[in-house]
Design a protein around this ligand. Structure first.
Ligand SMILES: [Zn+2]
Length: 340
């Protein structure tokens, strides 16, 4: 009797194993079929073919991939937000996030320090995803999100706090970005955005003649966009606590950029150099800093309340505004570009 039950037990275990393997193979077939449906749908509708993972090597290729982007991304006018030094998981970050989301921006760009205090894997989802999950794609975090399109709409730059984690590993695994993900470029509507990594940990260097510097120079030379905007955490010019960083004072204008956005100092400041704005926009959530003596060219300084930048780009005009959390416009600058 005992032997018989053991036999039945073994038989059942064998049948169960067969059963599990059959279920697995059916699931696999279904998944493959679903993948084929998705692939066919994307091929049938080139508008949904998102190729911003490709860093174009040539303007013609640039134009080709640009044509595949969704209409919202290819539009002649785009409104986007820029936030900086924001990832502090506090009420100010929440207020800045709700301000920015009220603008329904096409995408959000950052100027670094996305994850205080130390760029850790344990805090990154609370610092970023808690407020911006719906803009991140693919999103692997735990906060509720409602992505409207299967395309990333959150483009961060690395800051020194993100690099406090060895190799900036949590940041690099959390975000899915083009190129090497540390410095990269994207085209959105009439705007070409270049995100740099200004931390000393950057393996390709942080000077104008480094591998990263040469990359920027070459990519700017290839750009056919109306607007070329650079995002770099360490401010080239600033009148606040950290002050100006000479190592990020690259010849951006000579290389073809029209504006530089930065953070690191927790203020808003617009410094004009040879008619080009160098903006400090580090008032996104972390405690605000005081100002010292104004640097040459400093046109606007503000550190009363937190806020963010709203950028409206058309083929002819780039309008840059800093708006505080009370929805008051603190600064507006409009530029006429090379397409006007
Ligand atoms: Zn910083």
């Amino acid at each position: 009797m005992v032997f018989m039950s053991m036999d039945i037990g073994r038989e059942l275990a064998y049948l169960c194993a067969r059963c599990r393997s059959t279920i697995r193979s059916v699931m696999k077939t279904l998944a493959t079929a679903w993948l084929m449906v998705i692939t066919l749908a994307f091929h049938a509708d080139p508008i949904n073919q998102v190729r911003d993972d490709v860093t174009p090597a040539h303007p013609a290729i640039n134009a080709k991939y640009h044509a595949y982007l969704p209409v919202s991304v290819r539009a002649d006018t785009t409104v986007f937000a820029v936030i900086g030094d924001y990832g502090s998981i506090n009420g100010y970050e929440a207020l800045v996030a709700s301000l920015v989301k009220r603008w329904s921006p096409a995408f959000i760009a950052t100027v670094g320090d996305n994850n205080y205090p130390s760029g850790a894997a344990a805090t990154i989802d609370a610092a970023v995803g808690q407020y911006f999950a719906s803009y991140i794609y693919p999103y692997y975090g735990t906060y509720p999100y409602t992505p409207t399109v299967a395309i990333n709409r959150f483009f961060p730059a690395l800051g020194n706090h993100d690099w406090l984690a060895p190799g900036a590993a949590p940041y690099l695994s959390y975000f899915t970005l083009p190129g090497n993900e540390r410095y990269y470029d994207i085209v959105r509507g009439p705007v070409h955005l270049f995100f740099l990594d200004s931390d000393a940990g950057e393996p390709d260097g942080v000077t104008a003649t480094s591998t990263q510097g040469v990359w920027l120079k070459n990519q700017l030379a290839l750009s056919t966009s109306c607007w070329n905007l650079v995002f770099v955490h360490h401010a080239p010019y600033s009148s606040s606590t950290h002050g100006s960083n000479t190592f990020t004072q690259w010849p951006y204008q000579a290389w073809g950029a029209q504006a530089v956005f930065s953070g690191h100092d927790h203020t808003y400041e617009r410094v004009m150099k040879n008619g080009m704005p160098y903006i400090v926009n580090g008032a996104g959530g972390s405690a605000l800093y005081p100002f010292g003596a104004a640097v040459a060219g400093s046109a606007v300084r503000y550190n009363t309340l937190h806020g963010a930048m709203r950028i409206t780009a058309t083929t002819s005009t780039l309008t840059m505004q800093f708006v505080n959390i009370n929805n008051i416009i603190v600064d507006t600058l409009a530029l006429n570009g090379r397409c006007s």
